[in-house]
Write a new protein. Structure first.
Length: 519
């Protein structure tokens, strides 16, 4: 780890209309969740900075949209190369700022360049449809054009990848952008803005404001914003959906959390099932929107599966996220530790039998690398695993914790029963089935109420060229990859008549009848 990354003297501002601006004096700090150290001091955006950013984005739109797809994508190829070249360095910053262990920090950067590659490469692919017409002399097409100003609001858990899910597509399609990174990961925001500046994107096309929910709300509510792309909590996402839903002509694509599950049927390979469940529940310390908090296991395997899962949960390495031997880093902030505590307590109140409780990590479990006490102020939480009898009304089985908080549920009967238990949450983001029986796999594929379904895999780790988004409370749009195109473009149904006369479809008469002819 380079020394430069531990110094707390970095100061960051906003990037607006091609300039770095400091704002009006109020600041906040970025904190390393493993140590509590300050990583940077950041200007906090208030309405005037957001307003300037929106004005710049609006003013830059006409010129940017006038470039070809290919020319716009050229700017992104520079960013792609930079993300690849600086992969390890940026991965370390991700880990320092959001606490994910280092392989995940790097994977976040990998996912970012995959997205940039997809969006820029897509500029040379077809962008619409040629559609048949009833009339031989007519050519009909579906063409796309940019919507205008896209407001992007992104979460801390994928502080490099998710901004590019939103922005790479929005920019290549010809929109201009105002982006607010998560307040927990402003350093990642700063580095991305620098990269975009270095790529030479014209002033105003891309703008970044650092700040909190109030700055986000200003972006969402402003009439100059044509599309809002949001990835984050259900609470905020639903609020955005409500606000934007009432404004004709404005769109919001929101992707939110889940109460995701792994179904282990009587035909499961148990080695695979345990590995898939451990990765789904504990990677990113349970802080992916696709993390699994429910394991639904057939009675034939329940005892063996739970014994093996518990054994791993008891021993999984929680610690210094920069240490390659760590599996789980800290959680993001002190308030999140408290939130997880409440979810664990709720489960107990609702009748959980606790199998693993590492919420308070013992002194011997805390990381020691870096010297005694270095990690004392980190936000540490270990696995919490419980079994509970299925009841669709239990809050612990329906409310998202966003931590290493896992319910084991035993079921008996067939795949229909597994699906009933699986679908009994208000959410519907990701899920997996572990089974060697293709009929069960197909039943899950077709009837699990999720946007991302996996078979014999963890329910995390989606690739960028797939749509990413959920159903029910998990999402109302697809703010990622190819589906984001829908949210940041208008469709024009374009019909061209090649004949000299008008011939209408649907048998509609093209005769113009006058009163004279009637007589
Ligand atoms: C999130 O959980 O917030 O599918 C995003 C995955 C990652 C993205 C997760 N590609 O696990």
């Amino acid at each position: 780890m380079s020394h430069q990354h531990t110094a707390g003297d970095r100061e960051f501002g906003h990037y607006v209309d091609g300039e770095w601006v400091d704002g009006r004096g109020e600041t906040f700090e970025s904190e390393n969740p493993a140590t509590g150290e300050t990583l940077a001091t950041v200007a906090r955006a208030t309405e005037p900075e957001v307003d300037t950013a929106l004005a710049a984005a609006e003013a830059a739109f006409e010129e940017w949209r006038a470039l070809s797809y290919i020319d716009r994508a050229e700017f992104l190829w520079d960013i792609y190369h930079e993300l690849r070249e600086r992969h390890d360095e940026l991965g370390e910053v991700v880990t320092l700022e959001c606490g994910k262990e280092i392989s995940e920090g790097r994977a976040d950067v990998t996912e970012a360049w995959h997205m940039v590659e997809w969006a820029a490469g897509n500029a040379r692919h077809p962008h619409g449809d040629v559609v048949p017409s009833e009339i031989p002399g007519k050519d009909a097409y579906m063409r796309r054009k940019p919507r205008g100003v896209v407001g992007c609001i992104t979460p801390w858990n994928f502080p490099v990848a998710i901004p590019f899910w939103h922005m790479a597509i929005a920019l290549v399609e010809g929109n201009t952008v105002v982006w607010k990174p998560a307040e927990q990961t402003p350093w990642c925001g700063q580095l991305i803005a620098e990269m975009i500046e270095d790529a030479g994107i014209p002033p105003g096309v891309f703008n970044m404001v650092q700040g909190f929910g109030d700055a986000g709300a200003t972006i969402v509510e402003d009439p100059r914003v044509d599309t809002v792309l949001f990835t984050g909590s259900a609470e905020v996402g639903h609020e955005i959906g409500r606000k934007v839903g009432g404004e004709p002509g404005k769109l919001a694509a929101c992707e939110m959390g889940g109460k995701n599950a792994i179904v282990v049927t009587e035909h499961a390979d148990l080695d695979l099932a345990v590995d898939a469940a451990v990765m789904s529940s504990f990677k990113t310390t349970g802080q992916r929107c696709v993390s699994s908090e429910r394991l639904i296991v057939h009675e034939d395997h329940y005892e063996e599966f739970s014994a093996r899962f518990v054994e791993v949960a008891e021993s999984i390495a929680v610690g210094d996220p920069l240490d390659p031997d760590t599996f789980m880093g800290p959680v993001i902030e002190a308030s999140h530790v408290e939130k997880i505590r409440k979810h664990n307590e709720l489960a107990v109140r609702e009748g959980a039998e606790v199998l693993v409780d590492r919420f308070e990590l013992g002194a011997d479990e805390l990381p020691t690398a870096g010297g005694e006490g270095s990690f004392e102020n980190g936000h540490w939480v270990g696995p919490f695993v419980y079994e509970i009898e299925y009841d669709p009304d239990l809050r612990c089985l329906t409310e998202e914790c966003f931590g290493p908080h896992v319910a084991l549920l035993e079921y008996s009967g067939d795949i229909d029963r597994a699906l009933e238990v699986h679908n009994a949450t208000p959410y519907g983001l990701a899920g997996a089935i572990i089974s060697e029986d293709y009929r069960q796999l197909n039943a899950f594929r077709d009837r699990a109420e999720v946007g991302l379904a996996y078979a014999n895999l963890p329910c995390i780790g989606a690739e960028v060229q797939l749509p990413f988004g959920g159903v029910k409370k998990s999402g109302n749009g697809y703010p990622s990859a190819r589906e984001a195109i829908e949210a940041v473009t208008e469709r024009t149904a374009w019909t061209l008549n090649n004949a000299r006369e008008i011939e209408m479809a649907q048998g509609l008469s093209a005769d113009i009848k006058t009163t004279e002819e009637r007589d």
